[in-house]
Design a protein around this ligand. Sequence first.
Ligand SMILES: [Zn+2]
Length: 376
Amino acid sequence: MHQVVGQQVAKNGLINMWEGNHLPHAMLFLGADGTGGLPLALAFAQYIFCSNKENGASCSHCANCHKCSRLEHADLHVSFPAISPKSGTKALSRYYIQEFREFITQSPYGSTYDWLQFINAENKQGNIPAEECREIIDHLSLKSYEGGMKVQIIWRPEYLGKEGNILLKLIEEPPPSTLLILVAEETENMLPTILSRTQVIRLSPVAPADIAQGLADRNLADPRRAAQVAHIANGNFREALRLIRHTENDLFPELRRWFNALFTNNGIELSRFVDDWSKVGREQQKNFLQYVIQMLEHTLRARYLPQVAPALQEDEARFVMRLAAQPLTVEALEQIIEITTQISYHIERNAHGKTQLLALSIQVSRVIQGRKLVLH
Ligand SMILES: [Zn+2]
């Protein structure tokens, strides 16, 4: 299950249940977008089928592991939201299995929205129709091909609608050696009847250290950029992958450049900085401001606990310690965080980037120069 980022508690829980032979017949993996519900379900299925499990992990080399990783194992079934391929045809998962294999390989952390875009659903709503439920019941009633378990994954039972009731009996009393794994993001749109018949395995937001490790394992970023992105991804690994594509550059030199201009009250350099940053996209501006906030929070902590080195890259840590040593009051630091948060919010709400970044520079500069600032 090494391809699943973080989620150690859920992984351990699953392995313990498997090893202790008390795995429930129907489970619901419940976690927000980007926490890895689908990758975890697929990895756990592979673990179950692996013929060489060792220390709570699948071997990833045996024939079963190969078949699972390509979604070609005859006893592993996956259902997911789809659209009707042509009029008069139902949105069955098997029509899209080739595309789904490709999607899972390319974007294991992809969202349902990403998936529906992938099959060109455009603005059509995905759906798991009644016919799909009937097919699930049919193939689970057959004997397993390989003589072992049968695993059925339903990605996003929220898309079942009332049709889900067709599955109730199956979920309540599945045929022998059958495991059902439902992977949901929220329970609001799920049938309570289904919900009450599954054992919930909760996935937590992915910890920043795990996100950084996940990015490093995939060779997507050097440790510093991985750490920067990990802190602004909000526990969402899909978001971290997106940020890595959008945050091409190391943000630290820009942070240093901005603060140097602020502290030396260098108007020319400040307006150059604002010009440069008004040319990049809104997303990047927001990422930069989130990074600023994160570094200021480290600075506040360094004020209170000067003997504890910040958990940052060496030059970032040095910068934070230097900033903490400046004659700025705690209130001033908090004020800068508050202004930056406000401006980031305005930018998110489509306010004009250049005006906002200029206003931010002026306001922060005033706080640093010790002039009174009226927030409104
Ligand atoms: Zn294996």
